[in-house]
Design a protein around this ligand. Structure first.
Ligand SMILES: Nc1ncnc2c1ncn2[C@@H]1O[C@H](COP(=O)(O)OP(=O)(O)OP(=O)(O)O)[C@@H](O)[C@H]1O
Length: 503
């Protein structure tokens, strides 16, 4: 069937067209019903010749979309921003944020939110086009994105899904047929991003700084309805809301720590209210365990280093709590007291999440007080011996302790003895322990050199390397033979890995 001939198109004033709905779009933009300070109506800027280079069929199905109808021209027209799917009300969201500690007004400068796709189960997911052209928040930028960085976001976000870490997702990457100017000329591309929502700590900072209390309240009520309906009807719903966000972010950052993920740019505009990871600009996974690891070329002081992520999480949540103050209590001092109490729980909640995930990685089913030191002793050894983070846990899982220098060391042998005694003090069998460890220690992560290799091939027209990588990353706990070649750290001759803000 030729989809193109089946389509009836009409053109609107902005040059975008609208189509009949064979793809199954069921979009409503509930965000557009917030007070108008929160957005600017903004259509994507039509592009020359959109072409979908990668499309996430299984995600499309989860969203209740018909992948077949989105192949070819129809998908390209929508994902390239030339057509607006039925129900879409494109807008650019306003937000602010602390970037490397400095507060500034931001907003979607190169993205538009079409609205939420309502799935067959009635769930709502934002559909956003990133790289779709200039908006009122673009400042000096061109509103566009490059193919490499958008494919990178596709790879990392889908790898996070495989690892079981809450994340925004990637439905498609579409080239625009236009070049963009960066350090060199690049192929322009648009990422179709799917998210529980794009509400950020920075959205609340925007409301607190530029809105009235009623605007802030409308935003908080909206966020509660979308993400925390359970707090509705509670005595101080906004305080409960704050506590829920604190909890979800603590759990999220703990999950990052469990796999050695370094976000790289934990600005408050990159912290979601839903608890999903967002913005895979300069992020990377570490090979050698070292809490001071930083990949981002712009993070000169190590603000967003691996070991600093929990602290920064708490710092960002303090900015969130500050923004919520007018809603927490009518008396300012009381509001501050409530916020401080809620925030003071963050380190403890984070640590509990971190320790419980690390227990699983070590095959520990129950809780003992000494587990914390067992875990930190191992991490210290790994740091001292420059051990590979992922492969150390894999070697412990499969009891393959020959290879690395650390496993020969006397201090490790001592630690190993203590760990074995710990495992013997629980009732579960060796097989149970092994299974728990298999399920919690990924065999494969998106190693930097593998991601670069896939991207280099992809921007030169060969998608096969990336497709293969995505397949392996989709099931990191499978521990299959085909994963083996993706497990090796970068050769020691490789230059230190640096990431650059995704543009
Ligand atoms: N080429 C560009 N043109 C206009 N604005 C841009 C451009 N690149 C980035 N921005 C804006 O600069 C700010 C910070 O950029 P950053 O790279 O952190 O975000 P992003 O990757 O564009 O978006 P997100 O956080 O939604 O993933 C954002 O407000 C973003 O919209």
């Amino acid at each position: 069937m030729n989809m193109k001939n089946e389509r009836r198109e009409r053109e609107d004033k902005g040059g975008n067209t609208m189509t009949t709905n064979q793809a199954g779009w069921k979009i409503d933009n509930s965000y557009s019903r917030l007070p108008t300070i929160f957005y600017s109506q903004q259509k994507p800027t039509p592009v020359k010749s959109p072409e979908v280079v990668i499309f996430n069929e299984s995600l499309a199905e989860e969203l209740g979309l018909n992948p077949e109808a989105l192949q070819d021209d129809e998908g390209a027209a929508i994902f390239g921003g030339n057509e607006i799917p039925e129900g879409g009300t494109p807008l650019a969201q306003a937000y602010a944020g602390h970037q490397f500690g400095h507060f500034t007004m931001l907003g979607d400068g190169r993205a538009v939110l079409l609205g939420e796709q309502i799935t067959p189960d009635g769930e709502r997911f934002d559909i956003q086009l990133k790289g779709s052209g200039r908006t009122p928040y673009s400042r000096g930028g061109d509103g566009r994105a490059g193919l490499g960085p958008m494919l990178r976001e596709f790879i990392i976000s889908e790898a996070m899904v495989g690892l079981g870490i809450p994340t925004t997702r990637s439905l498609a990457v579409t080239t625009t047929g236009e070049q963009i100017i960066r350090e060199t000329m690049q192929t322009g591309a648009i990422l179709t991003r799917v998210a529980a929502s794009h509400l950020r700590v920075g959205t609340f900072q925007f409301a607190a700084n530029w809105g009235k209390t009623e605007d802030l309240r409308a935003l908080a009520d909206y966020a509660i309805e979308r993400h925390y309906p359970e707090v509705d009807g509670q005595e101080n719903r906004y305080l409960s809301f704050l506590k829920k966000v604190i909890k979800r972010q603590a759990a999220l950052i703990a999950k990052w720590q469990h796999v050695g993920f370094i976000h790289g740019v934990m600005n408050t505009d990159n912290m979601t209210i839903s608890g999903e990871s967002i913005d895979y600009g300069p992020c990377a996974f570490m090979d050698t365990y070292d809490p001071a690891t930083v990949f981002s070329s712009i993070d000169r002081d190590g603000r967003y280093a691996y070991g600093n992520q929990p602290y920064i999480g708490g710092w960002n949540l303090s900015r969130f709590a500050e923004a919520l103050l007018p809603l927490l209590h009518e008396d300012e001092d009381e509001a501050v007291k409530l916020a401080e109490e809620a925030l003071s729980e963050f380190p403890e909640i984070f640590e509990a999440e971190f320790i419980s995930g690390m227990r699983l990685k070590l095959g520990i089913f129950n809780e003992e007080k000494e587990d914390k030191s067992l875990i930190s002793d191992l991490l210290n050894l790994m740091n001292e011996h420059k051990a590979d983070f992922t492969n150390t846990f894999k070697a412990l899982t499969f009891d393959q302790l020959e290879g690395s220098e650390m496993f020969q060391a006397v201090d490790f042998t001592k630690w190993h003895g203590k760990w074995q005694e710990r495992l013997e003090r629980q009732e579960q069998s060796k097989d149970d322990v092994h299974e728990l460890m298999r399920d919690n220690n990924p065999g494969v992560i998106p190693r930097n050199h593998r991601v670069e290799e896939a991207l280099n091939a992809a921007v030169n027209g060969d998608l096969s390397v990336m497709v293969k990588l995505l397949e392996v990353l989709a099931n990191p706990f499978e521990h299959s033979a085909e994963q083996a070649e993706y497990c090796k750290p970068a050769p020691s001759t490789a230059r230190p890995y640096r990431t650059f803000c995704g543009t």
